[in-house]
Each structure stands twice: as structure tokens, then as C-alpha cells.
Design a protein around this ligand. Sequence first.
Ligand code: ZN
Ligand code: ZN
Length: 391
Amino acid sequence: MVQTRRSTAASAPPTLTSSDSFPKCSSKRRKAVSADESEHTTKTPAQKKRKKTEDEPLTEDFPVRVSSPWKIGAHVSAAGGVENAVRNAAMVGANAFALFVKSQRKWDSPQFSAENVNAFKGRMREFGYLPKHVLPHGSYLVNLGNPDEEKRRKSFDCFLDDLQRCEQLGLELYNFHPGSTVGQVTKEESIVLIAECINDAHKETKYITTVIENMAGSGNVIGSRFSELKGIIDHVEDKTRVGVCLDTCHAFAAGYDISTKDGWEYVFSAFDTEVGLSYLKGLHLNDSKAALGSKKDRHENIGLGHLGIATFRHIVSDPRTRDIPLILETPTFEATDIWTKEIAALNCLSDLVEDSEIPETELSLVNEITSLVRSHAANKTEKASKARARK
Ligand SMILES: [Zn+2]
Ligand SMILES: [Zn+2]
């Protein structure tokens, strides 16, 4: 028989799930953990005593998460309070998560209350998430590379406010898009402006690491080349507080062909040479609707785009991507069951023995993702046409 699972999985107890609908791998595999048996957490007496109320589900109502060195999760909603992000992550079986710490499309949002902060920290402990596996995402409005001083100042204030919010929540990482020249200066000039903002923000915060995301490369946007990311880092004074998050869709659209194992190795070693592996603080796991080198930032669900499922298999089984947040930013059509499937599929892939065939069960998870995407997309179209008809 051809062995398809890593040998460590052979001796591990079977995967446990608290729900029949929670997707399973093709064979028994590594140990699963419930939140209260995670690396650093035990239930507090207060949590043990807690009684279930209508809108307050118990920890054991959530799916039992797979225990894996690869921390796979998703960018979840924080609607209704930042603390809700933790539960939304747990609900899809995520071992890492991203969130917006304020509205990503508004300059100002109310500050967190003490209740928000306490509830967030309490749920982090309750569900066993570590700060190093949480990768908040910055506002889309911010452009630290804008040569217009007033506009850059506005961006900086919003950026700094986000960083301070992260520190309030006890988080360690903050991921943001580097910025754009807006067509008015050279990329080199913008790169210096971005680094200056990072330096100023480091001085006004205590410990948070600013994590620069690679971009797809359209127009005046900075960060599609590794050399540009390195350019920013070169000008950052405290190099212990700067890192990089690699988005797989953006990298592919920018011309880095990670679709094959050899391609991934080549690109990863280029990253190591040009930037340095020690700066890698997270990955965004997105398939790409657009072709290699298209410069188009169009995220696709896992296995359904130009990258395909085999690409993610070599990414989520690479020892160098262990213990950092690996975050899905794939379309959900306002439902989260697609993420549950995607996370399950990726966890299964990370457990396969190198160079073995991808088993039928994992491939069928991709088919399940496809049918979910199709049905949610059809629902969304139907809802939109009904809404139009009502007008
Ligand atoms: Zn991003
Ligand atoms: Zn991204």
C-alpha cells in the first residue's frame, strides 16, 4: 500500500470532531485538540461555572480543532464587537485568524470599551489562541507612501490607532498594505516615506511588529517585488519589529510562479535571499482568479483558481510555514461554511507524505468547496435580483 500520511500521524489518535458535518481527511490522522487542552490554556474556575445562555454558546458547542504545527485560519468578521472575531474563528475550525480592529473603510471608529478588551482576551484564552497566530489587517484607506503630507498624516494617524488597538488586545502582529506613489513620486521616494511612518509608529507603540504585505503589482502600488519589501525594511530602524506577510494570490499575480513545487522552492529561496526568511510572519492563502503575472488582485477559493489544490499542498506542508498565521481571504458569499471546508482541506493536505498522490477524499473536499461556492453565488445573485425587483 502506498503511504500517503506523514509517519507521525500513524501513531496519533483519530481526528475528533464534535459535529458530523465537520469535514474529515481520508484517513485517521493527527491529534485534535479542544480549546481547553491547547498549548497554554486551562479553563478558569469562572469559565467552568459559566452557564449557557441563549446568545452565549459554550466552548464545547464549537468544532474540535485539529492540532497541527501549520496554523491555518481565516480573516473572520469582528462585527458586533472585536471579541466576536475569536468565536467566529473557532466556529470554522481555524487555528489562526485575521480581523479588522476597526472599520476598514472609515477613518474613525469608536475606541474599544474595557468590556470589549476583556472579552477578547478572555476568549483568546478560552479557545486557546496565541497572539502570534493572530494577524490583524490594516485599513484599505491608509497610504503611508503618499507624498502629500496632509494625506499621509491622516493615514499615519489611522495606522497608529490600529497598532494601539492591537496592543490593547495583547496582539503582537499587524499586517498592512505598504502604499502607493499615487503617480507623483518614484517608488524609492515612497518607500522611504513608508519606512519613516513605520519608524514613527514604533516610537509611539510598545512592542507590536508591523507586517508588510506583498502586493499584486497594479499601477503605482508598492510591494509587488521582494526588492521593494526589502527596500522598506532597509530603512526601518528597529528590525525586530518589522516583518512580511506573503499573499499567495498577490505573489502569483505579480509574476512569482508558486504553482509547482519547484516554483515554490525557487520563489521561497528568492524571498530568503532578497528579504530573509526571519522576516516571514504570516501567509495569506488565496487561490487566484487571474493568471500568472496579470497584476490583478482577484482572490479565488482554494483549489478553484489558477494555483489549484496541489499548490496549497506544498505550501501547507513546508516546515518553513509552521507556527505562523496562514490566513484565508477567500470569497465566502456572506456564509462561513466555505472556510470550514477550506480549512479542513488544507489541514488534510498538510498531513500528506511528501510526493504522494493527493487522495480522493482531499480532492472531493475541493468538489465540495466548488458546490458550496456555486450554491452561495447563485443565492447571492437571486437575492440581488429580488432586491432589484422590489425597487
Ligand atoms: Zn491585504
Ligand atoms: Zn492578502
